[in-house]
Design a protein around this ligand. Structure first.
Ligand SMILES: *Cc1c(COP(=O)(O)O)cnc(C)c1O
Length: 372
């Protein structure tokens, strides 16, 4: 189906950047620079600078950034890692694949991120780390989470897959905990042409450990120090990301503009909760997704689809409902309720004013017809 307003528009994004991307392709390919070459180094320096950390290590996905980060921090069998269930399954999978036990806590009603009180309650003598997820480009309440983690001597691994460029007070997502884990999947704000990921850290030892793990434990060809993995960011993707990073401030500003327009346009709608308004100087949200909440979610989504507007539900049913994941024993009332009510609206930098207005109009029209 061809949507009047797609959720995102990757073909359009490509055609806007086509000349530049083709030049990159020709340059990298004609010089045969494919694996861990200069573009990976350059991109790592540029992004470390952008996030404000000492080290950035390019990896093949956000999932691997989480997995290798946990592993390099020594997390394994017998350890508990506290995180949320209102996230993409990769967050929890990374913990499980390290041999550790995920401990799931509920989320805040207003921005769907980790409830720090619930985090504090879930700590046991086996707890090694906390894994907050900066969902939808909004950083978690890190002052509280950090204070609790420090008091209990816990490591902090930030799932910043959706939060490139987001800030909390003076800190960028990915520069707050022991490490930050980013994804460059095409659905994320800074994206490549396929899969890619990154780990950020200020910890020299962690950085060298992840560098080894991503490249089969090879310090160099003469010295293999351990069994590692193949989790390198492709040099071609790094070259693309290096170019896209230049545009990132502009792209984020555009996302924030669209979010503001949505928020203004929909502020009077009954039965509809919007993302929290900007809290000047505290939160700087980047709206990887613009998520509204309504008890009429399913009917609204159906109505918008009929109007040619593509939306997504992130996520329903909640992860605890998938019995194969073996986390069904958790009871997370806020997570469950939110899963029934959230809807992600189209948001992408190329979105036109007309498209934004059309989405607003259709949502208002839907609620005008609905008996309250
Ligand atoms: C996308 C995402 C991941 C995984 O990233 P990939 O690059 O797809 O492996 C992890 N956590 C969250 C919250 C995500 O949105």
């Amino acid at each position: 189906m061809k949507y009047k307003v797609p959720y995102i528009n990757l073909p359009l994004s490509f055609s806007n950047d086509q000349a530049e991307l083709l030049n990159i392709f020709i340059d990298v390919c004609s010089n045969g620079r494919f694996i861990l070459r200069q573009e990976v180094d350059e991109f790592e320096s540029a992004i470390a600078n952008f996030v404000g950390v000492r080290h950035a290590i390019g990896l093949n996905s956000g999932t691997d950034a989480l997995f290798l980060g946990l592993k390099a921090l020594g997390i394994g069998k017998g350890d508990e890692v506290i995180t949320v269930a209102h996230t993409f399954v990769a967050t929890i999978a990374a913990i499980v694949h390290c041999g550790a036990t995920p401990v799931l806590v509920d989320i805040r009603e207003d921005d769907f991120t980790m409830d720090s009180a619930k985090f504090a309650e879930a700590i046991t003598p086996r707890t090694k780390a906390v894994l907050p997820v900066h969902l939808n480009g909004r950083v978690c309440q890190m002052n509280k989470i950090r204070e609790i983690a420090h008091r209990h001597n816990l490591l902090i691994i930030e799932d910043a897959a959706q939060a490139m460029g987001s800030r909390y007070n003076d800190l960028m997502a990915g520069a707050i905990g022991n490490c930050g884990c980013f994804s460059f999947h095409p659905m994320k704000t800074l994206s490549c042409l396929g899969d890619g990921g990154l780990l950020t850290t200020n910890d020299d030892k962690l950085a060298s450990s992840v560098r080894l793990l991503r490249n089969h434990g090879q310090k160099n060809k003469q010295n293999i120090t351990e069994y590692g993995f193949n989790s390198r960011l492709d040099n071609l993707q790094a070259a693309v990301l290096l170019s896209k990073l230049q545009q990132l401030p502009k792209l984020l500003a555009r996302r924030r503009f669209i979010a503001e327009k949505y928020s203004k346009g929909l502020s009077q709608t009954p039965l509809l909760d919007l993302p929290l308004p900007p809290a000047e100087g505290i939160y700087w949200d980047t709206y990887n997704s613009f998520v509204i909440k309504t008890p009429k979610r399913d009917a609204l989504q159906k109505d918008l689809t009929k109007a040619g507007i593509e939306t997504f539900v992130h996520w329903n049913p909640s992860l605890t409902c998938h019995t194969g994941l073996k986390i069904s024993s958790y009871t997370l009332p806020v997570t469950d309720r939110i899963s029934q009510q959230v809807l992600s609206l189209p948001i992408f930098p190329e979105m036109t004013e007309k498209q934004i207005d059309y989405v607003i109009t259709r949502i208002i029209r839907f609620f005008d017809k609905e008996p309250v």
